[in-house]
Unconditional design. Structure first.
Length: 224
């Protein structure tokens, strides 16, 4: 099963992608995580994407599609049940590229889960977000405050603010989402793939609603 999680920055895609991946035996493919890991490790990919990440700009489609292709190769040889895409595709070019690479592998997108959250809520979530620089665990200054020593309880890593969670970069990223990524929802809706979930509720309820929406889809497909 190949599922796309789509929603603006701060809608909880990363968290929900982790939960969905472990519940359904899927591999999470987060292009943002892959780019950040490359940057931390100082790989050629990391050096290439560094400037884009800092400014909150989109990495070019060909670079993004090539790392997704690598992940799909690894997924196929690892024998898992598929993937959940987090933060990808973000442009029409990426959506077309994903469709083509899946088709070449005899696969297709089963569902596109749209996480719906009002913009004012997103800005608050993103500006207060802090992340562990080592394991990626997220905190929020108000809703889930990090320990006072600034070290992650899970792995001991330093808790930091992402360089693209500044107010200026947040605004740029949300505008890019509106202009480039939101139109993909209509593109996928025309194919009957979109499952809309209210992302403005507790993590547990969002997880439950995603599960119910996907189960409903499987039941519908099973009876066709
Ligand atoms: P994210 O963690 O998904 O918010 O991504 C962080 C940053 O990585 C974005 O602001 C972009 O600079 C880059 N990025 C992640 N995914 C993509 C993508 N699918 N296409 C282009 N750039 C991306």
């Amino acid at each position: 099963m190949y599922v796309v999680l789509i929603g603006p920055q701060g809608s909880g895609k990363g968290t929900q992608a982790d939960k969905l991946a472990s519940a359904r035996g899927l591999v999470k493919v987060s292009t943002g995580d892959l780019f950040r890991a490359g940057r931390t490790a100082g790989t050629p990919l990391g050096k290439l994407v560094d400037g884009y990440l800092d400014k909150g700009e989109l990495v070019p489609d060909d670079v993004t599609l090539s790392i997704v292709d690598e992940q799909l190769d690894a997924i196929e040889s690892g024998g898992s049940h598929g993937a959940v895409f987090d933060g990808f595709p973000r442009t029409e070019g990426q959506a077309a590229g994903l469709e083509a690479t899946l088709r070449n592998r005899g696969k297709a997108i089963a569902a596109v889960v749209e996480l719906d959250v009002p913009e004012a809520e997103l800005v608050e979530r993103l500006a207060g977000r802090r992340v562990c620089s080592q394991c990626g665990r997220t905190f929020h200054l108000t809703f889930d405050p990090p320990p006072s020593d600034g070290l992650c309880e899970t792995c001991g890593g330093a808790i930091v603010q992402r360089t693209d969670d500044t107010e200026e970069a947040i605004r740029r990223r949300l505008a890019l989402y509106r202009d480039q990524t939101a139109p993909l929802i209509s593109y996928y809706a025309a194919q009957g793939l979109v499952l809309r979930v209210n992302g403005n509720q507790s993590m547990e309820l969002v997880e439950r609603d995603i599960g119910l929406a996907l189960d409903g889809l499987e039941t519908r497909k099973g009876s066709e």
